[in-house]
Design a protein around this ligand. Structure first.
Ligand code: C2E
Ligand code: CA
Ligand code: CA
Ligand code: CA
Length: 276
């Protein structure tokens, strides 16, 4: 790196160059994988505190021919920076729609909702609403079984436009959850304007809740907020009985986490459901 001044990025930094080419390689590999049908959805049960399964969250994985099952943390950020999130997001939506349609034929699965994670770039596309409605029509999935999980930063980008899109989808029966609540740039001033059905408390608060008073206070406040705004509240990342007892005592209606099940491939999910 030659004469790189303070606060300037050196384009000759070898470690940075290595990182850039590793990213380009990952991007190219993802492009190939999309054509090769290497992505798969796993499903994590969303449990009601009364012990019934209300639905599942669809979580994407990459079945890589060499690397095995790659978790989303390793490729979603790259997909988001490269626009590959658009074809990937469309694939996830279609796959979730197909599963919903298939599950509607069996009384054990017909009542389940599927919650799908939506990236900002995907949501803010002008044709997002149209695409979701098209997937529902083409797969025959019921709109009221589809829940979309949005993040705070996504919602804040364009509150007016966002509310409009949410209202159009809600009119068709789709519901919305606010994901990782509490970790983003929350602004209480916009929350009441958003047509949300559920707040998902980020797992960092569930973890600290049983260790620190401050964490417990945050969970308590989110539950009150959800009640005041007529939204259900789900606790994410519940791993221990102590955490579960706590979130139930605080009035959360739903939870998800390893205490009940990690995300599962569809056949394993159906086995669990059959045994309930
Ligand atoms: P998320 O939406 O917050 O999903 C929940 C994550 O928490 C999942 O990680 C899940 O496996 C994990 N989890 C669930 N219960 C527990 C628990 O009890 N303990 C712990 N330690 N973790 C738990 P996963 O599947 O690795 O997904 C990571 C993130 O990747 C997701 O976070 C989401 O932001 C993103 N993601 C996954 N699938 C998709 C997708 O189809 N589209 C988009 N845009 N993003 C996705
Ligand atoms: Ca989520
Ligand atoms: Ca989450
Ligand atoms: Ca998260």
């Amino acid at each position: 790196a030659k004469a790189a001044g303070r606060n300037t990025v050196s384009f000759f930094d070898p470690t940075m160059q290595a990182r850039v080419s590793a990213r380009a390689a990952l991007e190219a590999d993802m492009r190939r994988a999309l054509g090769n049908d290497e992505f798969v959805l796993h499903y994590q049960p969303l449990m009601s505190v009364d012990g019934t399964m209300a639905g599942v969250e669809a979580l994407v994985r990459w079945k890589h021919p060499q690397r095995g099952l790659v978790p989303p943390a390793e490729f979603i950020p790259v997909a988001e920076e490269s626009n590959l999130i658009l074809p990937l997001g469309r694939w996830v939506m279609r796959e979730a729609g197909s599963r919903l349609a298939q599950w509607s034929g069996d009384t054990r699965t017909a009542g389940l909702e599927i919650a799908v994670n939506v990236s900002a770039a995907q949501f803010h596309r002008p044709d997002f609403v149209e695409h979701v409605l098209e997937v529902l029509a083409q797969t025959g999935a019921r709109a009221d079984r589809l829940r979309l999980e949005l993040t705070e930063s996504l919602l804040l980008k364009d509150v007016e436009g966002t509310v409009g899109k949410m209202q159009q989808l809600r009119a068709a029966g789709v519901s919305f959850a606010l994901d990782d609540f509490g970790t983003g740039y929350s602004s209480l001033s916009y929350l009441h304007r958003l047509p949300l059905d559920q707040l998902k408390i980020d797992r960092s608060f569930i973890w600290s809740a049983v260790k620190e008073d401050s964490g417990a206070a945050i969970v308590r406040i989110i539950v009150l907020l959800g009640k005041a705004l007529n939204m259900s509240v789900l606790a994410e990342g519940v791993e221990t009985q102590e955490q579960l007892n706590f979130v139930i005592a605080e009035g959360c209606q739903y939870y998800q986490g390893y205490i009940f099940s990690k995300p599962l491939p569809e056949p394993e999910l159906l086995t669990i459901i059959a045994g309930l």
